[in-house]
Write a protein that binds this ligand. Structure first.
Ligand SMILES: NC(=O)C1=CN([C@@H]2O[C@H](COP(=O)(O)OP(=O)(O)OC[C@H]3O[C@@H](n4cnc5c(N)ncnc54)[C@H](O)[C@@H]3O)[C@@H](O)[C@H]2O)C=CC1
Ligand SMILES: O=C(O)C(=O)[C@H](O)COP(=O)(O)O
Length: 420
């Protein structure tokens, strides 16, 4: 009997990978909840659920007790995402169902979203990132990449990650894979003093350090109009109602508003749309939605399935992704050679322009505002998100060693740079 797999169809290359493992039926985001499945229109999908052995989802499916009760043969649930706050872990344990989350699959994508946001704000507000102190909240797969990228751009990076700090203190080996060589851990009150705060913690109710509403009314009241707060973690880490009150009070008292970038929101997809007009950059939870990030997620689930069912891995991810053959337009390439030392405002503007060739965050912001102003289409915007590549898809030719180190640090692939 082939393994019965039920998978979200919004996983690129699912046919190529999952059909190697078993028989696959797909569903669309929003279709797999006990309430929707109770409707007569879901009869066909509901009838299939008792056979399902492997359930492969994205963040939009709440894997809770009510859903699990419909799948008595379920052995394995996996999400093609880094976050797994949509899983009821207790219910999975109680049902003796194994689970997996594709941690790190889209870390590079999120890091590049943050780099593009930071460069956009730096250029618009005429400051240099190298003069700024950046606090990273959550220093895992995503946070460590963001830390490394902003460090490569010259920023002073501090880290707030109590669980990681505890782990580091309890081990004789203080190196933490994928992070800055020696992370500078700080307290939360230090985070609130940083020029730029980037949130990359998971949503959790950790007994000592819960991330839910970490940025509550009290924390927000300590921030000023000269600071920048970027949330690409989970919406619930910032109390969105408190943020709205903060903005409304700032407007009333004519205070300069905190600069906020939100990719993630409380209560997605039914978000607090009144916030949008107060934000510097707004998007529909797409920071991780690069083709590479999504394809990595599918591939990581395929690897898990092969491992679990003892199946030889035949399909390679590299065979799927389109070739990385975009090159820089001549005028930007010339400018890059002229800006050998990559210092100062003009170099930062050039870097922003190069990054935005691959990913234009302003366009995502424009599209988001236009749609959210008309009607609430958060979920639709996400489902119809166009194909976005990562910086590695753009080949750069750089001679200066320092410049190439910096560009590599933020995720570009460099050729003919004089270092090889
Ligand atoms: N906007 C988007 O599209 C995406 C959002 N995410 C979000 O980012 C989160 C992080 O992803 P990864 O880095 O891959 O996870 P990870 O598990 O590698 O790292 C999370 C880090 O946060 C730390 N942490 C946990 N609780 C904390 C707290 N209360 N305060 C500070 N730090 C805390 C952990 O110790 C860990 O080092 C995901 O859980 C997900 O919610 C991830 C990918 C895409
Ligand atoms: O990986 C995560 O965690 C994310 O937040 C993903 O980017 C969410 O993507 P969807 O599964 O909601 O498409």
């Amino acid at each position: 009997m082939p393994i019965q797999i039920l998978a979200d169809s919004a996983m690129p290359y699912w046919q190529e990978f999952f059909l190697e493992v078993g028989e696959v039926k797909t569903f669309k985001a929003g279709e797999l909840s006990a309430e929707i499945l109770a409707l007569p229109s879901s009869a066909q999908l509901r009838a299939y659920l008792p056979c399902v052995e492997c359930l492969l989802v994205r963040s939009t499916t709440q894997v809770n007790q009510a859903l699990l009760a419909l799948m008595p043969n379920l052995q394995f649930v996996a999400t093609a995402t880094a976050g797994y706050d949509h899983f009821d872990i207790e219910a999975l344990h109680a049902g003796d169902i194994a689970w997996y989350a594709a941690g790190g699959c889209n870390a590079q994508a999120v890091a590049q979203y943050v780099v593009c946001a930071a460069l956009q704000l730096a250029v618009d507000d005429r400051f240099l990132l190298k003069d700024k102190r950046v606090a990273i909240v959550g220093h895992g797969n995503v946070g460590s990449r963001v830390a490394n990228a902003l460090h490569a751009l010259g920023a002073q990076v501090i880290i707030y990650d109590p669980p990681q700090l505890t782990k580091a203190q309890n081990t004789t080996d203080l190196r933490i894979s994928g992070s800055l060589n020696s992370p500078c851990y700080v307290s939360f009150s230090e985070v609130l003093k940083a020029d730029v705060i980037c949130i990359h913690a998971p949503l959790n109710s950790h007994p000592e350090h819960p991330s839910r509403h970490l940025f509550d009314a009290d924390a927000l009241s300590q921030l000023t109009g000269s600071q920048y707060l970027i949330n690409a973690g989970r919406g619930e880490i910032i109390d969105n109602q408190a943020l709205l009150s903060y903005f409304e009070n700032a407007v009333k008292s004519e205070k300069v508003k905190l600069n906020v970038v939100l990719d993630v929101w409380e209560n997605e997809p039914t978000i607090t749309t009144d916030l949008v007009g107060h934000l510097r950059i707004a998007s529909a939870h797409i920071a991780g939605h690069t083709l590479e990030g999504k394809a990595n997620g599918t591939f990581m689930l395929y690897q898990q399935l092969c491992h679990r069912y003892n199946i030889a891995q035949k399909v390679k991810l590299s065979a799927m992704l389109p070739p990385d053959n975009t090159s820089l337009p001549k005028h930007l390439q010339n400018e890059l050679h002229l800006n050998e030392m990559f210092d100062g405002e003009s170099a930062q503007r050039l870097l922003k322009n190069i990054c935005h060739l691959v990913y234009d965050i302003q366009n995502d912001d424009r599209v988001f505002r236009a749609h959210m102003a008309q009607f609430n289409t958060f979920a639709k915007l996400r489902q119809e998100y166009p194909i976005r590549r990562e910086f590695s898809a753009l080949r750069l030719n750089v001679k200066n060693t320092k410049t190439s180190q910096m560009l590599r640090g933020i995720g570009f692939v460099i050729s003919n740079d004089g270092t090889t």
